[in-house]
Design a binder for this molecule. Structure first.
Ligand code: ATP
Length: 687
């Protein structure tokens, strides 16, 4: 794959004169990305595309990044296109001269709205007036206008913009991607990390005019050894990813990166900031308490109740302005005015600004007893008035990431927690600390008691967090031993296992490390669940003839962006659910599509679903399978993984398909299962 030649091709064919890059250029990149499932090729495509813009029209880079990531603003800015399917259909009919029947036939045949636009545009009779070419900036501005049009008459304004975009699209491919963008389903397998990697690499090769950093000429890079180049790439990528994890806004990241390059300074200029949510640190699962104790052997750790509520990130600046963000970075200040009003009381002496994190849990105001998550879901999302609140909540704080203008991410957890608990003020039943005990793996009895007490008060289990960056003096002997006996971290790839690196107790935004472990009640009874995406169905038999049954479920491959079938599920559904499911994925609706290129499955279902939801699914165990391609290449080159006895549990309303179980995670679970089987076999053999 010759990147430089390819960039030249893009440049000569698709950049437009005058430096205002055409939408055709972006469309070309979409087509190339869509034509492959190889993440390396998708990254290369984006790198070359970005380089053409850096050298020819830097002002189009930011809009292009938004368009290529199929969004228009960071999640906390609450800009939604808000276009219904009917608005797109109306525009398709009007601009491409289709009647209802014609449109329906195309939908039945192609399923995907973008493919319908492609066909309709191809069939359109010759138009006399040739529209001016669409520009990347122009398309992005149109989308923003759609999102910001509010109030009376806004529907008409939005409709006119949609129609104008369709009218100005020059070829069938442009129409396809304009419509896919409008329905927010671009399907180019360019996940968030792909774009971040592409941005980091593009500025290694090309330097914007006036930028303040060095770029090594291509011929020099080409002379480097493979691993030297890999190191340059990986340093740049880590910096860009770390910046985005601390400050997840392309609006700030892209201009800054273009100015100073992927340097450490990026983390200062575009790092943790007040009223911009950082991406939360995540916990790794463990099978049970004993596995958890093995993992933290030799280290001091804290066990905390794992409350069943909603994660909240609270920002407060020196002026006392408060913002509260969700786990998915949405602004929810309006949902919790009661928490906002607590801030002046919890902010102890000497605290001017801070970012803290905790779990909001519904509680009984009189007794302080915890209530289940379902109770919390009854609270409205917007315009909650303090006087009208029926669902009372308590915030159980567990971390402090920023204090008085200074990021604390690099401090050990023990220190962050000490600052949190000494500088902030508890208000019983409103604001307090997560219940916790400190322990080492020698304290298994007290950890078990603590776990049981968490379950008794209806918590989901416990979170276990390393307290220090290194083993403490009294556990060092243990640690040395454990380094000799526990040798590897499990790698979800085929790479050689590496020696366990010492885990830090720093706060690592957007990372799922083993310095935070989850032990859930469910795991301890070995009823693990997965979050899978329904992707297809078959006509049911007998009593289920009216519905889709079984339903094909998939995991997502974060490397390629494709969805890999893992099992057929036909258990755990109520008749009512079947009915609703059949209505949702009715033939002829936009939720039913033609065979998607991004799905990996060898069979032929009767119907393909538009992937749009996540189902929590239980199962008995994971098996190697010649039929299902999930995680193929991760545990075996020929066989994928499947589930035995899959059973539907519930729809995960709180998860988007990007957060469904990944193929490498499935492979990890499979390895754990095999280890467990090995342990059992081992015991049997000795006996
Ligand atoms: P994840 O958030 O890890 O992607 P998930 O959505 O499936 O996965 P869980 O596995 O239930 O969530 O666990 C993580 C969540 O537990 C956190 O995001 C947080 O909301 C919640 N939580 C409750 N108590 C704590 C605690 N003491 N420390 C950290 N998180 C906690």
């Amino acid at each position: 794959f010759d990147a430089s030649q390819y960039a030249a091709e893009l440049q000569s064919h698709w950049a437009t004169e005058g430096g205002d890059a055409s939408y055709a250029l972006l469309t070309r990149a979409f087509i190339l990305a869509n034509a492959t499932t190889s993440r390396i090729k998708i990254v290369d495509t984006l790198v070359n595309f970005l380089r053409v813009l850096i050298e020819g029209d830097p002002s189009s880079i930011l809009p292009a990044v938004w368009l290529a990531t199929n969004s228009i603003s960071p999640p906390y800015e609450e800009l939604e296109l808000g276009l219904g399917g009917s608005s797109i259909s109306k525009a398709l009919k009007k601009i491409y001269g289709l009647n209802n029947q014609g449109l329906k036939t195309l939908y039945d045949k192609h399923g995907d709205a973008g493919d319908v636009a492609f066909e309709a545009k191809k069939r359109q009779s010759f138009t006399l007036v040739k529209p001016k070419p669409l520009r990347i900036k122009g398309v992005y501005q149109s989308l923003k206008k759609i999102a910001t049009s509010k109030g009376p008459g806004s529907q008409e304004i939005k409709q006119r913009i949609v129609e104008k975009l369709l009218q100005d699209a020059r070829g069938a491919e442009e129409s396809r991607y304009i419509v896919r963008t409008l329905v927010q389903n671009l399907r180019i397998g360019a996940v968030k990390t792909t774009m971040l990697i592409a941005l980091a690499r593009a500025v290694l090769y090309s330097k914007p005019v006036g930028a303040d950093f060095e770029v090594r000429p291509l011929h020099q890079l080409a002379r480097l050894k493979k691993d030297e180049l890999a190191e340059i790439y990986s340093n740049a990528e880590e910096i860009v990813k770390a910046s985005y994890a601390r400050h997840p806004s392309y609006n700030d990241l892209v201009p800054c990166l273009l100015e100073i390059g992927p340097t450490e300074e990026l983390l200062i200029r575009c790092g943790l900031s007040m009223h911009i949510p950082l991406r939360p640190m995540l916990g790794s699962i463990t099978r049970d308490l004993s596995e958890m104790l093995t993992k933290v052997q030799g280290r001091d750790f804290s066990c905390e109740y794992k409350y069943d509520g909603q994660r909240a990130q609270v920002h407060c600046d020196e002026q006392g302005k408060v913002s509260i963000f969700s786990r998915h970075l949405e602004l929810m200040t309006e949902k919790y005015p009661d928490l906002v009003s607590l801030v002046p009381q919890i902010r102890g002496e000497g605290v001017s600004s801070f970012i803290l994190e905790g779990e909001v849990v519904a509680v009984d105001r009189e007794t302080g007893d915890l209530k289940p998550f379902q109770v919390l879901t009854n609270r409205a999302k917007k315009n909650v008035e303090i006087g009208d609140i029926k669902v009372n909540v308590c915030l159980f704080a567990f971390d402090l990431m920023y204090l008085n203008g200074e990021p604390l991410l690099d401090r050990p957890f023990r220190e962050r927690r000490e600052l949190l608990r000494s500088l902030f003020v508890e208000i019983p039943k409103h604001f307090g600390w997560v219940k916790s005990i400190d322990a080492t793996s020698a304290d298994s009895e007290s950890v078990l008691e603590f776990f049981k007490s968490a379950i008794e008060v209806k918590c989901e289990g416990i979170m276990v967090k390393l307290l220090d960056n290194v083993a403490s003096a009294n556990t060092q002997v243990n640690n040395k031993l454990s380094n000799e006996t526990t040798t590897t971290i499990e790698q979800p790839t085929k790479e050689k296992p590496t020696r366990r690196k010492p885990l830090l107790s720093t706060y690592e935004p957007d990372k799922r490390l083993e310095s935070w472990l989850k032990v859930k009640k469910d795991y301890s009874t070995s009823s693990e669940t997965l979050d899978l995406i329904p992707i297809a169905g078959w006509h049911g038999q007998g009593r289920k003839a009216k519905w889709w049954s079984p339903i094909l479920l998939a995991v997502r491959n974060p490397e390629t962006g494709s969805l890999e079938a893992v099992t057929k599920c036909m258990s755990g559904f109520t008749d009512k659910f079947y009915q609703g499911n059949k209505e949702k994925y009715a033939q002829g609706s936009t939720n039913v599509i033609s065979r998607p290129s991004y799905v990996e499955y060898y069979g032929e279902p009767d119907v393909w679903f538009e992937p749009c939801e996540v189902w929590e699914t239980a199962f008995a165990d994971i098996t190697l399978s010649p039929t299902y391609p999930a995680a193929i290449g991760l545990v075996s080159d020929e066989r994928g993984l499947s589930l035995r006895f899959p059973r539907f549990i519930k729809v995960r309303e709180d998860k988007s398909i990007d957060e469904a179980t990944s193929s490498d995670y499935l492979a990890l679970l499979w390895r754990k299962q095999m280890e467990r089987a090995g342990e059992i076999k081992g015991v049997g053999e000795i006996g």
